[in-house]
Design a protein around this ligand. Structure first.
Ligand code: ARG
Length: 466
């Protein structure tokens, strides 16, 4: 630990215990905030200049210094190698002083690391939200591509993981598209609460310098300034919002992963995962394992853990800032990296997925997925739906005894259960007809699905693609 980096040594006679120094420092992980904190510093510097706390010459010197650091961080590989820095804020300040001299010592006037860190984290998070939204959009685009390349593929739809009713494969793609649409919407909603500037709250009581916070906020791209300094330095709701949203995205990706893992098994045989996203077994030569999707499913757990860590860390904290809050960053960064990577990997998996359309069609044709059609057929003849359901159930039971599908039974066998059944029942039971009837808005008929794909493209690209 070098003395020059210590920002608060005046009141201390002895140096920190070496082990405690390491325990206390956050530099190894909060260096991720470098760009955001430089930005915050530039904003604060301009605020001080406008408040006449810094001369324009001093302000220029500081701003040049900060920009030089930014430049150095891009060009000097070893820039962040520093085991003496306590955190990113002291790192920036001590480096600034090192390159511009004593004027650098004026920058911290009227602020505290408490409003500084909250500001930097919010600036960082705005970007993280925008980057996450971009990869969500990419994954949505890939789902639409996959759907359009497999427009005529029919798969069984499941409830309770039992074959239920046939659906178009693009309808399955669009289901995940909708989850991601809500996720993107949630990100935009939380961005509004993230984009509030705490800078100017100082340690807890507000700054004593006549800083025009609104103009600093405008410069930094914040849409509002915080209204209460005590709250502003201790509020980490925005972190919880972000990690919760990440956790829900992970839940959706984990469900997608589970479907893909399941449908790629020998037992289902619907999907073939590409070699590019699978691994082999060190022992069993025949194996091709869906590790990509298993890791996505597995990583959802750690993001849920991040969310619980944050909630537990915050729940008993007295106002205002407490060092416990330093623990917020690893949870937030971990959630971001996990969700970002998993969105990208899911895209790669989808782009390399092939569908065994004969196999899915066969699965959608076997297992009485058209039993509801039979009940509906009877209901259309005037039988009450409850009775129609009962009759169709009995016919299914008979078909199971005979080892036949409904459309393989002969008409007389069916007519034993209801004299309302006629030859045209076979049309009603056909796979195509089963799909065609699901024509209400949001349903799986070809007409509705094509309409939904068009709407999805307008949502994604703002116009119809031809
Ligand atoms: N590294 C600290 C954090 O992340 C910065 C704030 C330090 N403030 C303080 N009063 N010690 O929370």
């Amino acid at each position: 630990m070098s003395e020059k980096k210590n920002l608060w040594g005046g009141r201390f006679k002895a140096r920190a215990n070496e082990k405690f120094f390491k325990f206390n420092r956050s530099f190894d992980f909060d260096k991720r905030l470098f760009d955001a904190d430089i930005k915050g510093c530039l904003g604060h510097c301009r605020g001080l200049e406008k408040a006449k706390a810094l001369s324009s010459k001093e302000s220029m010197q500081i701003q040049d210094g900060l920009n030089m650091l930014l430049e150095k961080s891009r060009s000097d590989e070893d820039f962040f190698v520093d085991d003496s820095a306590e955190d990113i804020h002291s790192f920036i300040e001590s480096n600034l002083i090192e390159i511009i001299g004593d004027t650098g010592r004026k920058l911290h006037m009227g602020r505290s690391r408490n409003d500084q860190v909250a500001t930097a984290l919010r600036i960082w998070m705005r970007e993280a939200i925008d980057e996450t939204s971009d990869v969500i959009k990419n994954l949505q685009t890939d789902l639409i591509k996959l759907a359009e390349n497999n427009l005529d593929v029919i798969i069984p739809g499941y409830t309770h993981l039992q074959r239920a009713q046939p659906i178009l494969f693009p309808h399955w793609c669009l289901a995940y598209f909708e989850m991601l649409r809500r996720d993107a919407q949630r990100l935009m909603e939380i961005r509004v609460r993230v984009n509030v500037m705490p800078l100017g709250s100082a340690a807890l009581a507000g700054t004593s310098y006549p800083i025009d916070r609104a103009s600093v906020a405008e410069y930094l791209g914040f849409s509002e300034i915080s209204r209460n300094s005590l709250d502003a330095v201790s509020d980490r709701d925005f972190c919880v919002d972000f990690v919760y949203t990440a956790a829900l995205i992970m839940t959706h990706l984990s469900r997608l992963a589970e479907d893909i893992i399941l449908y790629s098994t020998k037992e289902f045989g619907f999907f073939n995962l590409s070699d590019a996203v699978a691994t082999g077994s060190s022992l069993m030569p025949q194996k091709k394992n869906p590790d990509s999707m298993e890791l996505v499913r597995g990583k959802s757990a750690r993001v849920f853990g991040d969310l619980v860590s944050l909630l537990a860390m915050l729940k008993s904290l007295p106002l205002a800032y407490n060092k416990d809050m330093q623990e917020d960053k690893e949870a937030v960064f971990d959630a971001f990296v996990s969700v970002y990577d998993c969105l990208e990997i899911s895209s790669i998996v989808l782009n390399n997925l092939s569908i065994n359309k004969d196999k899915t069609r066969e699965a959608a044709s076997k297992g009485y997925l058209n039993a509801t059609e039979l009940a509906d057929y009877l209901a259309r003849q005037g039988v009450s739906f409850r009775s129609a359901h009962e009759i169709a159930g009995k016919i299914v039971l008979r078909a199971i005894e005979l080892g036949l599908e409904l459309d393989e039974m002969n008409l007389h066998d069916m007519q034993n259960f209801s004299d309302q059944i006629r030859e045209d029942v076979f049309d009603a039971l056909s796979l195509n007809q089963t799909l065609k009837t699901k024509n209400a808005a949001g349903g799986t008929s070809e007409e509705r699905v094509i309409e939904a794909l068009e709407e999805a493209k307008v949502y994604l690209f703002g116009r119809k693609l031809t």
